[in-house]
Design a protein around this ligand. Structure first.
Ligand code: C2E
Ligand code: MG
Ligand code: MG
Ligand code: MG
Length: 299
């Protein structure tokens, strides 16, 4: 009953809040009921993964899929991680949820590959708590073994919360992940407190340009200057660049003009359930050619 004890301690902690206001009370009550529901969600398997394609801008092919967590919460419907990821992190529930996400995503990618549906890369978001666990490398290694996914097809997406904590420890974990053959991306690149120092300190494979730079991206804009600089920086460091949140043709044109490697966004597809993602893969005639060896396979 360690979990229950922790839950009670949390609840008591919240009750002893010193600056009281009715509004706070309702916020903390919402959070407590969210927390209780989240615990049930794990036991009752209410989580699902949606997948969003990452498009190779040189070929137009689907190069990867980002796995995005969804919670089918009774009485609320399909719930975005923005609503519950902070609580999951605060309560430590993210460990269990994150392990489930990792295994599910790897198993799905391995299944798509064994159907002959393109050598697809799968991207998985890791929460800071998950990344900073002592056994994170072991967890990743075991998951790859259990699911049979080739490590080169797994990309772990890290945000500032993971990178800011402890430089030495982070370097060490990144080195071990690299030895496993797993790829690492910096998510939401550019909005962090010290984006450039992450590049100085950490050996990663991919930068994902934050959506905030893409949403008003137009030729001649300040955003264009920033995006161009990020792409050129990435090229110098031999990193792949993915633009997040591409919604319009002018944004895409601008990214193409700067030879951005990949793009992801509603312009191509929203995140979709696995069955729909599979039909996106099947509809892409390039996968047939790749299977025939007529087009190069790529990670
Ligand atoms: P993220 O990793 O930066 O994921 C991108 C978010 O942008 C996703 O939101 C995606 O649905 C959304 N998005 C993609 N294309 C567009 C677009 O063209 N326009 C707009 N407006 N939005 C777009 P989502 O799925 O709600 O996820 C939000 C955040 O929650 C993620 O941001 C990530 O930080 C976190 N998250 C999602 N799944 C997981 C997970 O399995 N584990 C952890 N720890 N965090 C997760
Ligand atoms: Mg992400
Ligand atoms: Mg992002
Ligand atoms: Mg984000």
């Amino acid at each position: 009953y360690a979990d229950l004890a922790m839950y009670q301690a949390k609840a008591e902690g919240r009750n002893t809040m010193r600056f009281y206001s009715p509004e706070m009370d309702s916020i903390s009550w919402n959070n407590i009921s969210l927390e209780a529901d989240l615990r049930k969600a794990i036991a009752q398997e209410q989580f699902e993964l949606y997948y969003q394609p990452q498009i190779d801008l040189a070929t137009g092919a689907i190069a990867g899929a980002e796995a995005l967590l969804r919670w089918r919460r009774p009485e609320f419907g399909l719930t975005s991680p923005n609503v519950f990821i902070d609580i999951a992190e605060e309560t430590g529930l993210i460990n269990e949820i994150g392990a489930w996400v990792l295994a599910k995503a790897c198993r799905q990618a391995a299944a798509w590959q064994s159907l002959g549906l393109a050598p697809l890369r799968i991207s998985v978001n890791l929460s800071p708590l998950q990344f900073l666990r002592q056994d994170i490398v072991q967890v990743v290694e075991n998951t790859l073994e259990e699911t049979g996914l080739d490590p080169g097809f797994l990309e772990l997406e890290l945000t500032e919360g993971s990178l800011l904590k402890d430089v030495e420890r982070t370097r060490q974990v990144l080195r071990s992940l690299k030895e496993l053959g797993v790829r690492v991306a910096i998510d939401d690149f550019g909005v962090g407190f010290s984006s450039l120092s992450y590049l100085k300190n950490f050996d990663v494979d991919t930068l994902k340009i934050d959506r905030s730079f893409i949403s008003s991206l137009l030729a001649g804009s300040r955003d264009e200057a920033i995006v161009r600089a990020i792409i050129s920086l990435a090229r110098s460091l031999e990193l792949k660049v993915i633009a997040e949140g591409v919604e319009t043709n002018p944004q895409l044109a601008c990214l193409l003009s700067h030879a951005c490697n990949e793009a992801q966004g509603y312009l191509f597809s929203r995140p979709v359930p696995s069955g729909i993602f599979e039909s996106l893969l099947r509809d892409d005639p390039r996968y047939l050619l790749r299977n025939q060896g007529a087009l190069p396979k790529k990670a």
